[in-house]
Design a protein around this ligand. Sequence first.
Ligand code: PAF
Length: 287
Amino acid sequence: MMNIITTIDELQKVIKEMKTQNKQIGFVPTMGYLHEGHRALMKKAREENDVVVLSIFVNPLQFGPNEDLESYPRDFVRDQDAASAEGVDIIFYPTPAEMYPEELSVTIQVRKRTDALCGASRPGHFDGVATVLTKLFHLVQPDRAYFGKKDAQQAAVVEGLVKDFNFPLQVVPVDTVREPDGLAKSSRNVYLSEKERKEAPALYRSLQLGEELIDSGETNPETVISAIKDKILTETSGEIDYVNLLSYPNLENMDTIQGTCIIALAVKFSKARLIDNIILTREQEEA
Ligand code: PAF
């Protein structure tokens, strides 16, 4: 039977009991409105742990003043069904007042990996993510925590948080779930018009083109970026927000493509802004 817990007191009691029994805890933090990407995280957590904890909490701290906190989609009944189908043991579903009874006197400030990609246009967003995850990691005390590679910048920030603050847990990045035509699954895909939906798989194809160029020896990031931009502009009506090629997980610009890097893009369609990325490793040239 899946246990739905809404209070911190109750969660701490249950987790203490699990720890006494030496259970391995897998944790999937979410803001609810679960889609197939979340399902992949729950599945992996189920495979690798004795107990799976899912949190559903729309975290006000990570929304900017002009962002969609109020209108962020919520459907707890449907989420329960998805969680139960994936074998989740505990859903932690607190209210904002339970998580933040008063304004926090201490918050986490993320100092690196935030000024590129989506972080550039969302000041403070990753501070809010890191702050809520710090609370959640303390409460759930997971052995493993699961994050989608689709939000690669978030995964990179979380790697930094876990390393710098010595959380005794493993961050498990999980592959992006895609439609058969390659489009990354996202709750925002429903906002695409019929024409845009047909065009949208070109985003992933353009990332694959970038990867092919790198595989065939291209080392100049600018050449790869412009080939990707050309393809997006030719094959879609979307407006490019960014196409970047950066080191991963540090998310720094590179003069020459080497080591592990990420090609990431964000493209605005009429009612949806889509993001996607590929993480790849180019072996260092022998000296
Ligand atoms: O990816 C999300 O849904 C959120 O950023 C997270 C990790 C649950 C923190 O609120």
